[in-house]
Design a protein around this ligand. Structure first.
Ligand code: SF4
Length: 282
């Protein structure tokens, strides 16, 4: 079935469906789509008008994906530098320091995500956690409860944490942005850059040994560097004194359960860095 033509404007449901599809492909590490869709040309013809095709790896739009303007994809740059790392605090002061950051955020209106939120989702867990998870942003359940990862994705994350031999209360969980983006869209760069300094403050207070970034948005704004997820996974990266490990977002794993085994391989790297023993085989 040929792809539908793109009208001058896209209605809201179609736009949201496109963004959802883009998030899916972005999680796979396919981050760019071009209007010069080579699959539309006969196989024997070269690219028209000498068009320069994307360099390797050269992702192409799946046949049933409507062509979109590049402006629909959040721009990559500039990424402002992360704030300087704060001095370490004694463990007994971590709770109070996190409370101060929450007070500083207040009833925040620093970015447009404040307009549609119900509750600010600050973060949750042990202020002295050795393991921290960072996701993208709150969804509907999180927005309603004011806690991160409490919906279906949160249930899966809880299972992942339990599989590591830990309880949720032993880790710390936060997001790049603390307010729910409309229709769960990806945070815009200005929103992520406005909110993420608070996350960096939380990381500097907690000083986790390992940070697990959940998905492309998390690792992009944690590091200020955009690469396909495949370019991050499987390796330990330094981040603000912690060891950064990257895996899939639980929402992606719900859409594609076949990837769970790969996420488990990522978590085993985290376990190795934390000195946790693999669970006994039954
Ligand atoms: S997302 Fe962050 S910066 Fe934006 S309004 Fe919410 S708390 Fe403030």
């Amino acid at each position: 079935m040929p792809p539908p033509s793109v009208p001058g404007s896209i209605d809201a449901p179609t736009r949201e469906a496109l963004h959802a599809r883009l998030r899916f492909y972005r999680d796979l590490g396919i981050g760019e789509f071009y209007r010069q869709a080579v699959e539309l040309a006969p196989a024997s013809e070269s690219a028209p008008n000498g068009a320069v095709l994307p360099q390797s790896p050269a992702p192409t739009a799946p046949p049933n994906l409507p062509l979109i303007e590049e402006n629909d994809i959040a721009p990559r740059k500039p990424f402002p530098a992360a704030p300087a790392q704060a001095a370490a605090l004694p463990p007994e002061q971590h709770f109070a320091a996190l409370k101060l950051i929450r007070e500083e955020i207040g009833d925040c209106t620093r970015c447009q995500l404040s307009q549609g939120r119900n509750k600010i989702v600050f973060g949750d867990g042990d202020p002295n956690a050795r393991l921290m998870f960072v996701g993208e942003g709150p969804g509907a359940d999180e927005d309603a409860q004011g806690l991160p990862f409490v919906g279906r994705g949160g249930q899966l994350l809880n299972n992942m944490i339990n599989a590591m031999g830990l309880k949720r209360e032993q880790v710390y969980i936060a997001n790049i942005v603390k307010c729910r983006p409309p229709q769960n869209r990806t945070p815009e760069p200005d929103e992520a850059h406005t909110c993420s300094p608070f996350l960096f403050q939380q990381i500097d207070v907690i000083r986790p040994h390992v940070i697990v970034a959940l998905g492309q948005t998390a690792v992009t704004y944690l590091t200020g560097e955009k690469r396909p997820l495949s370019g991050w996974r499987g390796t330990v990266h330094p981040l603000r004194g912690a060891k950064l490990i990257v895996t899939y977002h639980p929402a992606f794993l719900l859409r594609d359960p076949n990837q769970k085994k790969h996420a488990w391989a990522d978590l085993q790297i985290a376990m190795r860095e934390l000195g946790l023993k693999p669970p006994a085989r039954s």
